[in-house]
Design a protein around this ligand. Sequence first.
Ligand code: MV4
Length: 497
Amino acid sequence: MKKILVANRGEIALRVMKSAKEMGIKTVAVFSEADRNSPHVRYADEAVCIGPASSKESYLRRDKIVEVAKMLGVEGIHPGYGFLSENAVFAKLVEENGITFIGPTPEAIEVMGSKLAAKEAAKKFDIPMVPGSEGAITDIPEAKLLADKIGYPILIKASAGGGGKGMRVVNAAAEFEEQMQRAQSEALSAFGDGSVFIEKYVGSPKHIEVQVLGDNYGNIVYLFERECSIQRRHQKVIEEAPSSCLTPEKRKAIGEAAVKVAQSCAYIGAGTVEFLVDEALNFYFLEMNTRLQVEHPVTEMITGIDLVKEQIKVARGEKLSFTQDDLVMRGHAIELRVYAEDPMNNFLPDIGRLEQYKKPEGPGVRVDDGYEEGMDIPIYYDPMLAKLVAYGKDRGEAIERLVRAIDDYKIVGVKNTLRFGKFVLRHPDFISGQFDTNFVAKNYKPEYLKVEQDDEMEIAALISSHIYEGKKSTPNGVATKAAAGKSNWVKNRSSYR
Ligand code: MV4
């Protein structure tokens, strides 16, 4: 493979091109009119404008992208994440035009794109799943009987949904029919597919996902897990690897379950198997994402493996160069997603000019971003500005490095979530590992970011008086430094705008 096209924009387009470059592969960028001056366009060896700013008219134009690829003699197309990355029609179109799709087969994308088909495939492999209906609900009274048997609360999910879209909690039998009818009609209008199914609702779950990698010869390995429980309204905020709650035995069990899920769809390339983990550390298969994920860097940092290079190697027909036994994890990595959003105002997206933009550097710090000082942040796309990742010998060092990197990060002109990230990293429940997907809803109040520098002690007191008093060491060996005097809240206040 001598030349690849990256059908994406921003940080992930750059990320993919960097690995391609290291492999001696030329790169082609496609871009919208809004991205004409973007770093991913300049970084590529060649770049072609494919349409106006709106994604529908540019980054989602399967036909245009393939046309450009053919015109420039491209041998492979990497879709990044989002946009066309999980579009089976695109994967097929690419292959039909004699170009390699750097990702799984259209069949695997299609099976895993349907939550019901995914569960059906996984069932044959004995994967633990949340108790629920066998297939789509066709008979509401029958489904209600099942719900009674499972016990309330239950969750209605749309088969075509995912990432939290099309979900509905039903707390009691009296609401069942109404909620079911609503869920079905919502699913039909939102996804063009009204199929829904029910599951027992797990109230305080952790979200743990396993990175897998498969080649064309039936070899599939797991590259350990990422914990992504810190999210708000299904938007991930912080991801880390490894999870601080798994034992080596659980890690092996969940990893092997993930490999079986991948085997159930003969998976090729990099993929992620999502699990829900309850308080007793029981894990249940949720869904499989058939793409490179935003948070892949934390896995790269603890395994030393470049996932994009592996994707490309597998796509050009190479066998995996390592077995499960060769894989070891070392240290700890944490990623903060920096969004152009206002944490003081309900995380409203912000746009405008990046008047000042200076990235943090130093030991164990990695920034994956796609913007530069002076650029305008467009309204058309995802509000993520950058991924700030820190690596340390253990979780405590990773946290301290990430906090230091937040303090060293200067963003002026666009409201952003840096200080919100610091709030999370300094929270006793985050530090102790005692958190689940309810963390943000349970613990965050915008007032916590308002307090002046000198009042940091007050914030700490607000958040938790108990740990604060004794300056206790936590199970992870991290002393909360909330009371340790000087902080950079004010420095970050200026970066907040
Ligand atoms: C659940 C659940 C509780 N019980 N399923 C949300 C996204 C999608 N991948 C599945 N999700 C959930 N499924 C059952 N049976 C709770 C969630 C959930 C969640 C999952 C992962 C990460 C964050 C979440 C936030 C809210 C709800």
